[in-house]
Write a protein that binds this ligand. Sequence first.
Ligand code: NAP
Ligand code: ZN
Ligand code: ZN
Length: 349
Amino acid sequence: MIPVKAYAAQNAKTPLVPFSFERRDVGDNDVQVDILYCGVCHSDIHQARNEWSDSIYPMVPGHEIVGKVLSVGKNVKKFKQGDLAGVGVMIDSCRHCKHCNEGLEQYCVEGMTGTYNTYERDSKTIAQGGYSTQIVVDERYVLKVSEKLDLKAVAPLLCAGITTYSPLKYVGVKEGMKVGVIGLGGLGHMGVKFAVSFGAEVTMLSTSPEKEKDARRLGAHNFLNTKDGKQVKEFENYFDVLLNTVSANVPYEHYLKLLGLNGTMIIVGLPSEHPTVDPFKLLKNRRSIIGSMIGGMPETQEMLDYCAEKNIVSDVELINVDYINEAYERTIKGDVRYRFVIDIASLKK
Ligand code: NAP
Ligand code: ZN
Ligand code: ZN
């Protein structure tokens, strides 16, 4: 077994604290990764605080992981010692269902295995995430990471990146389309970058008017302060696509009226409560609401390669691991520009 240092939530109510545990020995198909950086996703906070129910403790959050390969099992083909590697939101799935075979492992019929807050497929080992010094993962669920980009700014691509890239591709965002991104946080700022890079006209929908300058710097063409009723009215029936990244309990109605004919609102934000929907607002303009969960392994690799080619990374604030509890509070307040990333060197001291 491999001893690992980490930070963990011990229950829903108390701050994260230092924690030690062991990873499995490196199997024939495994990649052992020395973690260098791990992003802080709002999903980490939801789960550490049991906002989605059924949290498993102790919990080491973190699913935006980049690092260096320390060793590989004898069957591993994609990686060798010293390579850069990434691990995202899943570390396993059944590997034989229709969806797994199509590279849509996140929709595995038997359920994907998340990077933390779940049991591994042996049903007894608690999966533990990236606020830790090392991780051991089957090579199918490990991504190749380019040497070209700033590694700490690559980490958030493993969740915030793929979660926004995948649905924007799925709905066919391209030049001539009007896309609104709701919520300028970790996911939202990546959503803006991707939608702009796909050629769309992009509007940032935000409750924080002070973020307008940043939204425009990220490439947004318009900025809509969603607290200003007059501004909202101007955008009624306007959008082809809305990407809803809001982490808080906000009714979908607020945004549905902004969709034009055949407009689609993509839900990626996962608040604790379940919003209701007025069917009359859906019927008008033949609007639809779809959900989307991260992306499969092939598409996650495609996204990382796309980012390397286009020089797209996340805007990050690097923190030491002992700042994690403050980082959570600031994220909840929307006070992050635009992703906290833990420098795992601070855990190795
Ligand atoms: P984040 O960095 O905290 O950003 C969320 C943004 O939502 C905030 O920056 C804020 O933007 C907006 N917001 C917050 N409270 C609001 C309120 N009361 N009303 C309106 N807007 C509000 O979070 P994140 O890491 O991007 O994650 C966003 C959500 O996506 C979380 O619920 C997370 O669990 C979920 N998620 C889903 C997937 C998936 O596979 N579908 C993957 C990762 C994360 P403004 O200041 O601009 O208003
Ligand atoms: Zn995430
Ligand atoms: Zn499967």
